[in-house]
Design a protein around this ligand. Sequence first.
Ligand code: NAD
Length: 284
Amino acid sequence: MASAERLDGDVLAARLRQDLKARVAGLRARGVVPAMATVLVGDNPASLSYVGRKHADCAEIGIAARDIRLPATTDRQELLAGIARLNADPAIQGFLVQLPLPAGLDEAEALEAVDPGKDMDGLHPVNLGRLLAGRPGLLPCTPAGVLALLNHHDVPLAGRHVVVIGRGALVGRPLAMLLSMPGVDATVTLAHSRTPDLAGLTRQADVIVSAAGRTDLVTAAMVRPGAAVVGVGITYLDGQMVSDIADDVAGVARWVTPRHGSVGSLTRAMLLKNLLDIAEGVAG
Ligand code: NAD
């Protein structure tokens, strides 16, 4: 069985972190200490792990990082006041509110309360709107990571048909926008849970990106030989992270992400890239 080239997000992310380190050195040489903050409400184990990795990346790269922990009982006013303090803090160039928030807190409201100029996640409606308007600013990190991965492996996108599975606001929808931007020039179909005959659609694709969070959603029978297949969605099976892409896809695709890998490390690299873009902009 032919075996596909592995689209390894971790390898690319390690390279990107080296580039970011050099940018941090440049900022520090000009007297600017890049500094970010994370706001974690409650103690969701996955969120604790994600936040921990973000701080580990900052330590590696030389970015100062403030780890703000709020109890699960935090109410709307307290959360919004914490966000307002970070918006006003000149020592912090960018920050994020870790999702999901505990029940009772409004995620959309929290994202919207972040100063768009400090929105490392690129998820503020202003930044998503700029992408939609064709004037991208801070990009949403997971879509930006997927594009970086495809570009790094020279997967052709211009004029090619990309099927994005999943219309979530975090990944699928902004990724469809990004891939169809002038300069990238893919023809994008955005599929979702109400799309009939998903397999018929994906079999016409040059590139498939699945951001649904359904184990083994994309199987070999759904892939045209020679296609590139990227798994973004994740589920946990027996404590192990599994992507949306079934094992047998590697026998048909030309490029594929690993079953137990994810683009998480690339998402984090793009997060810190956004921070440095902000810091360099502020430094002038
Ligand atoms: P979401 O829940 O908002 O969206 C999921 C989408 O998948 C929905 O639009 C739904 O219509 C679609 N979907 C579900 N089942 C489907 C099916 N059987 N066929 C076709 N479409 C189907 O999720 P999100 O916030 O956009 O995140 C998407 C996935 O990406 C999740 O699994 C999330 O955990 C993962 N994710 C990974 C990273 C990373 O860095 N690796 C970052 C963010 C999100």
